[in-house]
Design a protein around this ligand. Structure first.
Ligand SMILES: [Zn+2]
Length: 208
């Protein structure tokens, strides 16, 4: 087994540890884009609500199809440039990042769309990603950070991930106790929503 295969196996285990309750009866696919080059383009990683079905025939032809579930694709270029701990952090972090998109698609489709450099990475996504990071730290790797999972911060022109973690801290205990579906149905703490709204307003104010 290659280092990459071992790392992908580890990431799949991390996803099952984090979201086993949501993924019960579903498959988990962490793929590298050499399976289908059209999918990833310039992104580091990618998912969609129907990526499992999009990839079904490719997976079947490789004998990898295990039924519907969560799928994400990592960029072969990105993965090929890394090794050791950096590879591990990227594969596990990006898989959890994509899982967080997948978990928050339903909430995103209900919410008012917020555009900006954070597009697709606003309140529903960040909330799912922080819950998942907390669970991953507890159940998989205590050293995993919200930076590894690429939440908030300068790339999205938002406050640092630590401030978002702090604002979500009233849910810290619940994040370890409740099933993920129930967690995502809770209203986010007011402070968490206010922090995002303040960041977004500040960004647009500077653009004027
Ligand atoms: Zn993303």
């Amino acid at each position: 087994m290659t280092e990459l295969q071992r790392t992908i196996e580890e990431a799949t285990g991390a996803l099952r540890a984090v979201a086993g309750d949501w993924l019960e009866g579903l498959a988990t696919y962490v793929l590298v884009d050499s399976l289908d080059h059209r999918l990833v383009r310039d992104a580091c990683a990618w998912t969609s609500p129907v990526l499992d079905f999009t990839m079904q025939s490719v997976l079947e032809s490789h004998g990898l199809w295990e039924g519907p579930g969560f799928a994400c694709v990592l960029s072969a270029r990105q993965v090929g440039a890394l090794s050791g701990d950096r590879l591990r952090r990227f594969v596990v972090g990006a898989s959890i990042h994509e899982l967080s998109h997948w978990l928050s698609f339903a909430e995103h489709s209900k919410a008012k769309r917020s555009t900006g450099p954070w597009s697709g990475h606003d309140v529903p996504f960040m909330r799912a990603a922080i819950y998942c990071t907390w669970r991953a730290r507890d159940r998989h790797d205590p050293s995993l950070t919200t930076e590894d999972v690429a939440i908030a911060g300068f790339d999205y022109r938002l406050s640092n991930p630590g401030r978002y973690e702090q604002a979500l801290s009233p849910h810290y205990g619940l994040a370890h106790q409740l099933p993920l579906r129930e967690l995502m149905q809770l209203a986010p703490p007011t402070r968490f929503v206010e922090l995002f709204n303040a960041d977004a307003s500040e960004y647009w104010r500077r653009q004027r």
